[in-house]
Design a protein around this ligand. Sequence first.
Ligand SMILES: Nc1ncnc2c1ncn2[C@@H]1O[C@H](COP(=O)(O)OP(=O)(O)O)[C@@H](O)[C@H]1O
Ligand SMILES: [Mg+2]
Length: 420
Amino acid sequence: MTPDTRTPDSPVAEPPAKNSPDALPISAPGDTTAEDLLLLANRSTLMLKKIRDEILKPEPRKVPPLVSSTRVQEMCGIDRKRMAYALNTTSLPQGTQGRPGGVRSFTVEEAVEWVRAERKPTPRVGRGKVITVANFKGGVTKTTTSTLLAQGLAMRRARRVCHIDLDPQGSATTLYGYNPHAEIEENDTIIPLIQAYVDGTQFDMRTLPVRSYWPNLDIIPASPQLFNAEFMLPARANLAKEGDLRFEQVLHHGLEALTEEYDYIIIDTAPTLSYLTINAVFAADGVIVPVVPDMLSFASMVQFWHLFSDLITGMEEFGDAEKKRFEFVDVLVTRVAPNKAATRVLQQWISNLYGSRVIPVEIPETDLARNTNLHFQTIYDLDKYEGGLETLRRIRNPIDQFVDYVDEKASASWATGVKA
Ligand SMILES: Nc1ncnc2c1ncn2[C@@H]1O[C@H](COP(=O)(O)OP(=O)(O)O)[C@@H](O)[C@H]1O
Ligand SMILES: [Mg+2]
């Protein structure tokens, strides 16, 4: 595998010239027909495929980055001397050197081996944890956050992770290098689980996860057909008899088998209170709510907490439904614009309101973070950045801290050795 050498500053695929066959004719306002819309839909599918192929060139699939020895030391919590000693005295991977005596770099897989041996993460006891990233507002970095969390837990903490994309738009799926529209089929998504609920049959979710390009990290992708779940779930729920599985428990029930296999199941959700989002919230041991400190996002959170609390209270009103408890419902303050007085005021409000629920790390708003997504990449896909290591670290360090914080919190119960 050749490492990815493009940077977030490399140009994105050029848009088609105005007179090329790929360019859309500009129609006069008021004359858009159903055929025009179909044409638009088909052309955008084609265009996305072209852009994706262009961006992923020369590899048809994404490849993980290389990890510098400094970064491996940081992830393991060891210094250079300790690494040199371990290189000489253990069978840990030696990595590769550009020239003899030169700087070493490691594959993600090798880095994971180092973390396992040197950081010695608390082994999982009992079932893995399900963490749902949710907020009914779009653009608050749910997808970015859930993908970084999945990649980070897999690499920095040597955890076995399954990332489930529950958003029919499939943005997380795209970050793994797949086109949800053209490459993912209904049966690759969690639809077979929903279908089994409709049919009253059993479905083993262990058949769904597929390996991603990122070591230790499997995914269950999304496709637009996931939207069918919004009809299937309520239609079946209307026919439910006493003792039947309730519609919001379908995912929770299905995940039981997967929590035996993975340390973490991370769920990305759509920015709506959909039946799938309800399932994702109900299945969660912990919920992470990314919030952006701007007034509109802050205001929309009022509605979020009301809907969230109504949802959980509503579930408890059914005598047979067990009381839902979350291990944590935490707020991640993200896209924090630097040096803006208005942002600081809102951050103060957020911290007054949410108190200890606020994760003690904030993710800054940076051009680099915005641009990596343009290339279907995350910050963790970058092994170096031509714009300077400082620029990369400014965004990567808080993400690292966030990942470590979540792992320490979620794995605390494993440290007691008692099966949850
Ligand atoms: N730290 C950041 N700084 C600036 N832009 C960001 C940052 N993180 C994510 N973004 C951008 O914000 C937009 C929304 O992110 P996304 O993860 O898709 O949110 P959601 O899933 O909540 O809709 C994307 O265009 C992404 O590139
Ligand atoms: Mg999203």
